[in-house]
Design a protein around this ligand. Structure first.
Ligand SMILES: [Zn+2]
Length: 263
């Protein structure tokens, strides 16, 4: 009797251990739901040529708009780092999404975020260009898991099989269309200016006529603002207005907004 019970316990422990091993061996994290690396509503065609690395795709615009100068957007949120490789990738950004996932954006004509910045999905990270080893403006785009290139997937749909030239396959972006990120706050005050940067001298890009709901993507320190008896040098970056407002007119008692990353 005792020996049978011991055997039962031993089998039970082995089974429990096996279940825990299976859990531990499972992938740490599923892939983020990546969105297209270009703005909402635009259609770009893509191709993969023979010299292409790491399952990359090259994208050019084919909805009548120009490719050069168009914003390059973060496919998913994460930490952006700037790189430069004049003989190859040109000016490029890598976003680390966590869980082993990174995305790469090559040949930028300009960077739009500082190195080390946390970026939200749909946030502009650069400008499409042709820097480095490139024969014309395009976005060279990669999705890597643990440093290995993966077949590119947008909104959960694989883009394989890859075409070998432009024009046969295209996708329309829903990146940055709204509903994508930011923390909602109420504002107060009237005629509150939203500026292009966190500086009093930056040009206004929008005005909030009265109290409204805004979606704050991130916040950063800029010019000190004195208003309504408050002093604050923190500014909130608004998703839908595309600029910064002083945190003074956000209806939250904290000078630095809770739960909002630093830009
Ligand atoms: Zn490429």
């Amino acid at each position: 009797m005792r020996s049978i019970r011991t055997i039962v316990y031993t089998v039970l422990i082995a089974a429990v251990t096996a279940v825990f091993s299976l859990v531990a061996a499972a992938p740490a994290q599923a892939a983020p739901t990546f969105k297209a690396p270009f703005p909402c509503g635009q259609r770009w065609t893509y191709s993969h040529h023979s010299a292409e690395v790491r399952q990359a795709l090259d994208f050019v615009r084919n909805d009548g708009g120009t490719t050069a100068g168009t914003p390059v957007l973060a496919s998913a949120s994460g930490t952006a780092t700037r790189y430069s490789q004049p003989s190859g990738a040109g000016n490029y950004i890598v976003i680390n999404h966590g869980g082993g996932w990174t995305t790469y954006y090559f040949h930028l004509s300009a960077y739009s975020v500082p190195s080390g910045a946390y970026v939200n999905q749909g946030q502009q990270i650069g400008v499409t260009g042709s820097t480095g080893n490139s024969s014309g403006a395009h976005i060279h785009y990669e999705q890597l898991f643990n440093g290995v290139g993966q077949v590119i997937s947008i909104n959960g749909a694989s883009l394989a099989p890859y075409p070998g030239s432009y024009g046969s396959k295209a996708i329309t972006s829903d990146n940055g269309c709204g509903g994508g990120g930011g923390k909602a706050f109420r504002t107060w005050g009237t005629g509150v200016l939203v500026r292009a940067d966190a500086r009093l001298s930056a040009p206004p890009v929008a005005t909030l006529p009265g109290p409204t709901t805004v979606y704050v993507l991130c916040q950063k320190q800029g010019d000190t603002v004195n208003a309504e008896g408050y002093t604050n040098n923190w500014w909130a970056k608004l998703r839908d207005q595309g600029g910064f407002m002083t945190n003074i007119y956000i209806d939250d008692p904290a000078a630095v907004l809770p739960g909002v990353p630093v830009c």
